[in-house]
Design a protein around this ligand. Structure first.
Ligand code: F7E
Length: 279
């Protein structure tokens, strides 16, 4: 965010402190609140489920409660729900009516956040919406997530590194979209007169294997020569497949993803190739 720092104001606060969240809202009186903060790495949630649940559930509750104190200000609230709420999916593709069946403490925390947001909307009449967003990636993605882990390894290996890239379950399928498209959907939700819940995804699924093949292929490498499977990276309870049915977002928000899977992979690899010497 270095490039935009001059245009924004940052305020320090913590999801673990109700007082800090309340004070920020008191100070800036926002029109819109986008609650994206969380322990968001599913892999880590298996190692420390207590922190994941505490931070994600209480943090969401604190923020909703603080927003409620300023009900007269008509603050619009967005909660970042997640396709991980569908977990071991009960039907394909998943839409707003699909039953939640989370497979990790992260998924459980997001289901709870979803219900808290809905309850504040119904009980206290907040303009509070849930986005149930499928995986959204970009060159800003953290290095622990599989897409960035791959794109950055491609850049290192292309630049001469002799390492092997260790991955877990390459058969897992995700509905991967570009974060810039998904942020537009979040914003559109808060421009509506009425709040609601929306599934946001591309409607296309690809495996980790396909992502890796395309990313290495983009620089003329065969991914099979550079990847080894590390059993330690296989999750104790995996989400095998996720595929979005975003018809509601398309119809009501007039939202459509613009970036294709191929262009997403290329954007991430090209960015890492460009910046490889700066890391
Ligand atoms: O894993 C498999 C892994 O960690 C994707 C978060 O933004 O999206 C994200 O959650 C898949 C899984 O993302 C490695 O087992 C294989 O099946 O990139 P990920 P995620 O768990 O799908 C949802 C919507 C969120 O809400 C989350 O906050 O890739 N996989 N090998 C691997 N995953 C990782 N991280 N590292 C590997 O080496």
């Amino acid at each position: 965010i270095r490039k935009i720092l001059k245009d924004i104001n940052l305020h320090a606060g913590s999801l673990e402190s109700y007082a800090s969240l309340f004070n920020i809202i008191l100070k800036i009186k926002p029109n819109e609140v986008y609650h994206l903060a969380a322990q968001s790495y599913v892999g880590y949630s298996f190692e420390d489920e207590f922190s994941t649940l505490n931070i994600n559930i209480n943090g969401t509750h604190y923020l909703l409660s603080a927003v409620k104190e300023f009900a007269d200000s008509k603050i619009k609230f967005y909660f970042a729900g997640s396709s991980e709420m569908f977990g071991k999916v009960k039907s394909v593709p998943q839409n707003e009516d699909t039953v939640f069946n989370p497979r990790s403490s992260y998924g459980i925390s997001k289901v709870t956040g979803f219900h808290l947001t809905k309850n504040y909307r119904e009980a206290y009449k907040l303009h509070a919406s849930n986005g149930i967003l499928f995986n959204h990636e970009s060159p800003r993605r953290g290095f622990e997530f599989v897409t960035r882990k791959i794109s950055h390894a491609v850049a290192r290996i292309k630049n001469g590194s002799k390492e092997k890239l260790k991955l877990g379950n390459m058969k897992a399928k995700r509905d991967w979209g570009h974060a810039k498209d998904f942020v537009e959907a979040m914003w559109l939700m808060l421009q509506r007169d009425n709040p609601g819940d929306y599934v946001v995804g591309t409607g296309e699924e690809h495996s980790v294997d396909e992502f890796a093949k395309k990313a290495f292929g983009h620089v003329g490498l065969n991914y099979k020569d550079h990847i080894v499977i590390d059993q330690k990276l296989i999750r104790p309870a995996e989400v095998d497949t996720l595929l979005a049915d975003s018809s509601k977002a398309k119809k009501i928000l007039n939202w459509e993803p613009k970036v294709s899977f191929d262009d997403l992979v290329i954007d991430m690899v090209e960015n890492d190739l460009k910046n490889i010497n700066l890391v």
